[in-house]
Write a protein that binds this ligand. Structure first.
Ligand code: NFS
Length: 663
């Protein structure tokens, strides 16, 4: 195929390479002219299509593709579909694409969970307390059952919800009561996980659902099946199997690669593979194999959300976020990049060709031309993991010139919703009350979640500028996904960053010794934020439903469909969500008005659009201030400075929680 039309003749001069480490590696890489996504963005001759970007290009049948112009009669689809129908249909397919990724991920976790409980896979039931809590929350009787029996019952119940046709999802019952009633009244309670995806494809086929509002209700239902269904299953069962995260120190950025060890980066999403590699990397046989080739051991480092999974639970370092995946390989110091599913750029295989690096695919659902395929099977997880590592070890003697940057940054991760409960609540009375009290008394203005991807089309400083400005305004920031890694690279995930916080927030942070930006995990772990919000509601003083809590979500550098699914389940749960710089429905005025305004009346939270960091911050603070006003907590209260006794009381859980603790 002639690609010359698709690229400018130029050599990508003026390329905006994000992250100073990326720039340093590309400058010093042993192989020059490594082409990354940043170069491809700058080389593309054609501006992104306005119809595609605004959601009004329909290619769901072969009378088109039809480009629709809102308000122009002759520019509706050949079938008659107008801009609102097409934008709503496309939006639904985006949300379903994202949700399906989380759902298939969750299915894998649940199946591995059941296999482990039956003794057919090598993972344990590490957190028995959480298993009982999860079981009770979905109405499974815990009495007189072994851990394994209970795990099988919980696992099989949840697995059945994938193919279920009617009856609702178990975890929905964890939402505040008023929220559940609202979903029921609107007729959007998800019925079965796979059913909502199949129905999406049906509704969006030519000639089926033609009413934008009806389509947008199914958008909400599909997203809820993700957030309060699949993603929550993935997080909760992974915690039970691999351990619920507690604060843990580690490092992020490309400098975590090591000159004298076999560098294996694990990239993708599913913790099942990464956990097996983490266990195998410590195996005596593997360490022996390393010594035979002159390496000290295996240095396992994460990329993208797999990285977040093993960082949160095991403290393994993260080599890079989404935008760093090609640059990590450009160091020439990686023996193997092991991938499973999602967010893996096809170009990693091309970059690897210039080095001794092997790309190892492990999922039969996701193969890459030019990669080595070693299929992962959870039943023989450790054997497969060892096979993969031995493959990588053999590559070590072939490593040629390499360049590993010195820089990596200290982070503290591991803030599960249980940890927040424990840290802010204290050892003896773990509860969200101190957090609620500090929001009510105004030391903490509110909470903002910065989630989702990083993206070469967005200015580099976006995440960090927003985070810094928010904490300076006493907003506690929660992060997940690649946003967490990109903010982590700048040092804001360490307790020392409390110095950037406003006076009120800093007082609280110093009392408990935690960072102003709390890393809550991978993208499926956004479900932790749903549970934390519900806990805040149940604790009292901040309203009776999630929409009343002074909290905002945002994905300022989103690129994946999964981010949109996440945004929508937050909106449907009552949270205001800001995306930017573009949003894929803006080609229809009606759908824009619905998403940006009407959803607020329906759900209590809606979508918002912002481009610059200041816009994200201003919208967030306005929403939080409005929520405070509605709750009647906007009046300035007399400041009570923390005395020693209060600090001791608030800090009583911290020593054990080990915030800022150990690697
Ligand atoms: Ni979320 Fe994580 Fe990263 Fe975006 Fe991709 S890895 S699941 S989609 S790019 S945060």
């Amino acid at each position: 195929m002639d690609t010359s039309r698709r690229f400018k003749k130029g050599n990508g001069n003026g390329v905006q390479i994000q992250s100073s480490t990326n720039r340093e590696v590309l400058k010093n890489a042993p192989v020059k002219d490594v082409v990354t996504a940043a170069h491809r963005v700058s080389m593309r001759d054609i501006e992104p299509c306005l119809f595609g970007r605004g959601g009004t290009c329909c290619r769901n049948c072969n009378m088109g593709p039809c480009q629709i112009i809102d308000g122009v009669d002759q520019m509706i689809g050949v079938c008659g579909a107008d801009a609102s129908t097409v934008a709503a249909r496309n939006f639904l397919r985006i949300v379903a694409g994202g949700a399906a990724s989380h759902m298939d991920h969750a299915r894998g976790v649940v199946m591995a969970f059941i296999a482990s409980a039956k003794g057919d896979a090598p993972y344990e039931i590490k957190d028995g307390i959480k298993l009982r809590q999860v079981a009770m929350s979905i109405g499974v009787d815990v009495a007189e059952k072994t851990k394994e029996e209970l795990a099988i019952e919980v696992g099989e119940r949840l697995l059945s919800e994938f193919g279920q046709q009617e009856g609702g999802l178990s975890f929905i019952k964890r939402a505040p009561k008023l929220r559940q009633e609202l979903w029921e009244k609107l007729g959007i309670l998800p019925r079965g996980i796979d059913r909502e995806i199949t129905e999406t494809m049906h509704r969006t086929h030519i000639g089926v659902d033609q009413h934008y509002e009806n389509l947008l209700f199914h958008v909400a239902r599909t997203a809820l099946a993700d957030g309060w269904g699949a993603s929550m299953m993935a997080t909760e069962l992974s915690d039970v199997m691999f351990g619920t995260p507690v604060p843990i120190r580690s490092r992020v950025d490309i400098g975590v690669l090591k000159e004298d060890e076999v560098n294996v980066t694990v990239h993708g999403h599913e913790p099942i593979l990464a956990e097996a590699l983490a266990i195998a990397a410590r195996d005596a046989e593997i360490i022996d194999e390393c010594k035979k080739v002159g390496a000290k051991g295996v240095n396992l480092a994460g990329v993208c959300c797999t990285g977040n999974e093993i960082l949160m639970r095991r403290g393994f370092p993260i080599a890079g976020s989404f935008i760093q995946q090609e640059v990590v390989l450009a160091t020439g110091a990686v023996e193997a990049m092991v991938v499973d599913v999602q967010c893996i750029m096809q170009n990693v295989a091309r970059v690897a060709e210039s080095f001794h690096t092997d790309i190892i695919t492990t999922s039969d659902k996701a193969k890459i031309l030019g990669a080595t395929h070693i299929p992962f099977d959870e039943h023989r997880a450790i054997d497969v993991a060892k096979e993969i590592l031995k493959h990588a070890i053999k590559k070590f003697p072939e490593r040629g010139k390499s360049f590993v940057p010195v820089h990596s940054m200290d982070v503290v991760a591991g803030f599960s919703h249980e940890t927040i409960n424990y840290m802010l609540g204290g050892r003896f009375r773990a509860s969200y009350k101190p957090l609620n009290d500090n929001i009510i008394n105004g030391r903490i203005r509110g909470v903002a979640a910065i989630v989702g991807c990083d993206n070469y089309r967005v200015m580099e400083e976006m995440h960090v500028e927003i985070a810094k400005e928010l904490i300076a305004n006493d907003v506690l920031v929660l992060v997940t996904g690649c946003a967490a890694t990109s903010i982590g690279r700048t040092g804001l995930l360490s307790p020392e960053a409390a110095q950037y916080a406003g006076d009120g927030l800093r007082e609280v942070l110093e009392a408990v010794g935690c960072p102003p930006v709390l890393h809550m995990g991978s993208c499926v772990d956004n479900s932790r934020i749903l549970i934390a919000s519900t806990e805040i509601v149940h604790t009292g003083g901040l309203g009776n439903d999630i929409y009343e809590v002074p909290a905002v979500g945002m994905a300022p550098q989103w690129m994946s469909e999964k981010a949109v699914a996440i945004g929508q389940y937050f909106v449907s749960s009552g949270v205001d969500v800001i995306f930017g710089p573009t949003f894929p429905i803006t080609g229809s005025k009606v759908v824009s008005d619905y998403c940006f305004n009407k959803m607020k009346d329906i759900y209590g939270g809606s979508w918002h659009l912002a481009k610059k960091p200041t816009e994200f911050v201003n919208i967030t603070i306005d929403i939080i201030n409005d929520a405070r006003k509605a709750l009647g907590i906007d009046k300035k209260k007399e400041r009570v400075l923390f005395d020693m006794a209060m600090r001791r009381e608030l800090g009583s859980g911290v020593a054990d929680a080990g915030c800022g603790g150990h690697a």
